[in-house]
Design a protein around this ligand. Sequence first.
Ligand code: G1P
Length: 279
Amino acid sequence: MIKKCLFPAAGYGTRFLPATKAMPKEMLPVVNKPLIQYGVEEALEAGLSEISIVTGRGKRALEDHFDISYELENQIKGTDKEKYLVGIRRLLNECSFSYTRQTEMKGLGHAILTGRPLIGDEPFAVVLADDLCVNLEGDGVLQQMVKLYNQFRCSIVAIQEVDPQETNKYGVISGEMIRDDIYRVNSMVEKPAPEDAPSNLAIIGRYILTPDIFKLIEETEPGKGGEIQITDALMKQAQNGCVIAYKFKGQRFDCGGAEGYIEATNFCFENFYKTGKAY
Ligand code: G1P
């Protein structure tokens, strides 16, 4: 059973400067909740209650968010404002939170390796909180992936089709289709130019990884952009037939940039806030 979910959250959020100069990008609100809270809710829905967060300098607001604020609790006790805290209180009751700091930014692979002491030797999920994923029709994206893991018992990456001109923003896979929404990966490339991309199937910020990934990351040389890429470490698992790519059901908003962030805001306002499901 998978119990742990790792949130790499040390990145600078440069695409959202100056908003992210003194505030973690994971704390940007989508309507009334910070991005990372949506991710933790998705993890808990999938049964992953041990939350591990890789933070960095200037990210203390994350730890304060997942903690009790006694002054605030005291202030609103017995008022109708208590309803605003119902969701976050539930997360505090049902999840555990542990943190470690990444002192140097050396890529997503390096961030995941930094989380190793929090994860140990068990399979785990990874959520990149700036990808906000929702599915109004049924299971959340992580829940869908956990079910798939129980079937395949290997690493799983969530994918979506992107405009072929945009492959240079993503890890891109190719593989053998084994169901209309599942591929066994045989190749993956980090941020290829459109002419070099093996397909237009892009990895988004949801992964399930088997723990052998840590050793493979350690053995991975810096790749694209001089950074240690999770895509390169996963490629080594794929060579043994051990990576599944899954076209998830639902929607994904890239909240690391203004356009996706605004789309997510409108979506959440219509579907959660206005309908009273936002807390
Ligand atoms: C990272 C990964 C990339 C993946 C993307 C998904 O890139 O390196 O393979 O497609 O996340 O959001 P980043 O967006 O951190 O540059």
